[in-house]
Design a protein around this ligand. Structure first.
Ligand SMILES: *Cc1c(COP(=O)(O)O)cnc(C)c1O
Length: 431
């Protein structure tokens, strides 16, 4: 199965990180998000150690917390020596509430409100990644009022397309995030910032996309970003000390996906930055990355109970589960692929073609269509694999469904890290 963290025990049950998923479902209820803590910690270490091995300056790994944001996740990545990237006041608030050190937080977003910028300044976040010229002026004014001088990176569109499900090396300018290179926008912004009293421009940032399996985009980004830093030095006499290359490292959602090793990705990035620095005669900058989904990786799943198996003759069989687009909107949004397993029959062949449907009042409320699972029956437990990233964080209360609980498994032992919402929670803000 997808990763070596999955197995099948003597009862024929699917296990993750040594925990029996059928037992997890009956003990904690369904739907249930399950995370493999040992694997997540291993992923944090792989990225961090790869930089230590391949680069002579200290580097930073920011966990892109939009992938899965909750207090325990911030504590976990903090204990592994990672930084965190947040993209909203809500994520920043969650991180701070978990005791995450503000100076290890990078604040992102293409439309940060003045309130969010003030919150970031007041809490002393380590880096603000400025997206556009309006933000730059607002931040400079706010920082002046507060007597602060934030360390800022500029988000650059490096001319490598930022569309999320396909890596395309064209159409670079058509992206809502960041300053463009080719029309001079980025250089103009540096000029403006260099004349500002309350902005300390320390680096540049790019994020070229998500679920990327090729190494070439990262090689291209290394060259483009070092060249930009060189142009900035030669034009304005400012030597930037930091380049952040964002996230985007792909994971194995299905057997078709072949991700590169984290170690290899980082080695290639480091080597190509070093080469570019030689090429342009630029001093080695400190590097950062922002992996999101690849920190959680494929060793995560959602457990559901099958409530209905509806076969429409000569058409298809709908297998309806007790969750759906409210806890995993990714298939409905953009056709994301997943593999599913009947957890209590994991030793049986997956030879049944099913369309997995949710319980929301939308025909498009599907988790996957025409996918292979074991022969399903009402009452079975269904596991949808690799749901750790962008599921809980995108979950809603559509149809007033309470959001599921989340458990972390370590050494085979589960513990609840997010409690299941109640009906009371759902009406809490209703007047
Ligand atoms: C979404 C995002 C990431 C993380 O992307 P993954 O594909 O989950 O690794 C990192 N940086 C920025 C700026 C992002 O928007």
């Amino acid at each position: 199965m997808l990763t070596n963290r999955y197995s099948v025990n003597e009862k024929g049950h699917l296990t993750l990180g040594g925990a029996d998923t059928v037992e997890l479902a009956s003990r904690f209820g369904t739907p249930l998000y399950v995370f493999d803590e040992d694997d997540i910690r291993g992923n944090c270490r792989s990225f961090r150690e790869a930089f230590e091995k391949n680069y002579s300056l200290p580097c930073k790994v920011y966990y892109a917390s939009k992938a899965f944001s909750c207090k325990e996740m911030y504590r976990l990545v903090d204990s592994e020596g990672l930084c965190a990237d947040v993209v909203s006041g809500g994520e920043l608030y969650t991180a701070l509430a978990a005791g995450f050190p503000a100076e290890k937080i990078g604040f992102h977003g293409n439309n940060k409100t003045p309130d969010e910028l003030a919150f970031a300044l007041d809490s002393g976040v380590g880096r603000i990644i400025v997206d556009n010229i309006y933000e730059l002026y607002t931040l400079n004014d706010l920082a002046g009022e507060k007597g602060k001088k934030p360390s800022v990176l500029f988000r650059i569109k490096p001319g490598i397309d930022c569309h999320t499900h396909e890596y395309i090396q064209t159409g670079q300018i058509d992206c809502k995030f960041g300053f463009a290179l080719e029309n001079g926008e980025a250089m103009e912004a540096v000029k403006i910032a260099s004349a500002m009293d309350n902005i300390s421009l320390v680096g540049i940032h790019c994020h070229i996309g998500s679920q990327i399996f090729e190494t070439q985009p990262f090689i291209d980004a290394a060259d483009i970003m070092v060249k930009l830093a060189t142009d900035i030095r030669d034009t304005f006499g400012i030597t930037l000390k930091e380049i952040n290359f964002g996230g985007g490292y792909g994971i194995k959602y299905t057997e078709k996906d072949i991700p590169t090793e984290k170690d290899t990705d980082i080695k290639i990035l480091c080597e190509n930055v070093k080469l570019a620095c030689e090429r342009y005669d630029f001093p080695l900058p400190s590097l950062s990355i922002e992996p999101g989904r690849s920190i959680l990786d494929a060793s995560t799943l959602t457990l559901y109970k099958i409530g209905v198996v509806k076969t429409i003759k000569d058409i298809r069989t709908y297998v309806s589960v007790d969750g759906g687009m409210a806890d995993n909107p990714r298939y409905a949004l953009y056709g994301a692929e997943y593999e599913a397993v009947v957890a209590n029959k994991a030793d049986k062949p997956r030879d049944f073609t099913a369309t997995i449907a949710g319980k929301c009042c939308e025909s498009g409320d599907l988790i996957q269509e025409h996918t292979k699972i074991q022969t399903p029956q009402v009452g079975d437990t269904l596991a949808v694999l690799a749901t750790g990233a962008y599921n809980y964080s995108m979950a809603s209360n559509y149809n007033r469904l309470p959001r599921p609980a989340a458990v972390m498994v370590s050494g085979g032992n589960p513990r609840v890290i997010i409690e299941r919402e109640t009906y009371e929670d759902i009406i809490k803000k209703d007047i």
